[in-house]
Ligand binder design. Structure first.
Ligand SMILES: NC(=O)c1ccc[n+]([C@@H]2O[C@H](COP(=O)([O-])OP(=O)(O)OC[C@H]3O[C@@H](n4cnc5c(N)ncnc54)[C@H](O)[C@@H]3O)[C@@H](O)[C@H]2O)c1
Length: 253
């Protein structure tokens, strides 16, 4: 990929140790313009600045609340006006919580689904028309091994169900877009040591989870970013509706 690689639009790219930031830096190095959208505007700006330093020809950042249609329309519209056409969309913004089923309030259930599922729906709907018109696009959605095996890592039933919804959305959209030049795939990581756990995952539990992988370690954000880059590359032209496991062999099926 070179300077005409187009733009990757990344939601959830503002997290300083997160998958979105690693993805921004990876695509910057591949010559993509990078749009970083996050509810954390300062974090998004930091990532955009670092993406420029990592070789991106053009960067943009903005505040977005992916649960809010007007906020998504404004941020995606501004990104599209500022940068070359969006060729890759990475729906990475997400939240989790370890709350046991009987203790989940309706508000918490709704919030997890709003960010993880509604957010992916709204951002994809905002970005898709341009991809469809140009006859090319690569959409990558973040699911989780939690969707496949029913939690068991950190996130509870609402998280697992929301990430399973992402798999259904990914497959259905891939089917609908079959002849448009737009592919839609999902990645399903096991535990990636980021700040999504907000300090609620002990070092002992992390070590235990590392021990459940065949590779004997947790995933890094870059492990996931590399697979997203593959899915956006010409080598992945014949993949759509797929779920790529990035789980170190912790879940084989
Ligand atoms: N870390 C893991 O172990 C793991 C495993 C499997 C899947 N995932 C998924 O990968 C994605 C990224 O996870 P991460 O570990 O990098 O998390 P993270 O917490 O480091 O980053 C998530 C980002 O999403 C942003 N965000 C949250 N709510 C938002 C909203 N309403 N609007 C816009 N942005 C919002 C946050 O500000 C944050 O920058 C998530 O979808 C997560 O569910 C993570």
């Amino acid at each position: 990929m070179g300077p005409d690689a187009g733009t990757i639009l990344i939601t959830g790219g503002g997290s300083r140790r997160g998958i979105g930031r690693a993805t921004a830096l990876r695509f910057a190095g591949l010559g993509h313009a990078v749009a970083v959208l996050d509810i954390d505007a300062a974090g998004a700006a930091d990532t955009a600045r670092d993406a420029a330093a990592a070789g991106s020809p053009a960067v943009f950042s903005a505040h977005v609340d992916v649960t809010d249609q007007a906020s998504v329309a404004a941020a995606v519209g501004a990104a599209q006006a500022a940068l070359p056409p969006v060729t890759v969309l990475a729906n990475i913004a997400g939240i989790t919580a370890p709350t046991r089923f009987e203790d989940i309030t309706l508000a918490e259930w709704e919030r997890v689904f709003a960010v993880n599922v509604r957010g992916t729906f709204l951002v994809t709907q905002a970005v898709l028309p341009g991809m469809r018109a140009r006859g090319h696009g690569r959409i990558v959605n973040l699911s989780s091994v939690s969707a496949q095996r029913g939690g068991g890592v950190f996130g509870a039933s609402h998280y697992s169900a929301s990430k399973a919804a992402i798999l259904g959305l990914t497959r259905t959209l891939a089917r609908e877009l079959g002849d448009t030049g737009v592919t839609v795939n999902a990645v399903a990581p096991s535990l990636v040591d980021t700040d999504i756990f907000a300090g609620a995952l002990s070092a002992e539990r992390k070590a235990e989870l590392a021990g459940t992988t065949l590779l004997g370690r947790l995933a890094t954000p870059d492990d996931v970013a590399g697979v997203i880059a593959f899915l956006a590359s010409p080598d992945a032209s014949y993949l759509t509706g797929a779920t790529i496991d990035v789980n170190g062999g912790s879940h084989l099926h």
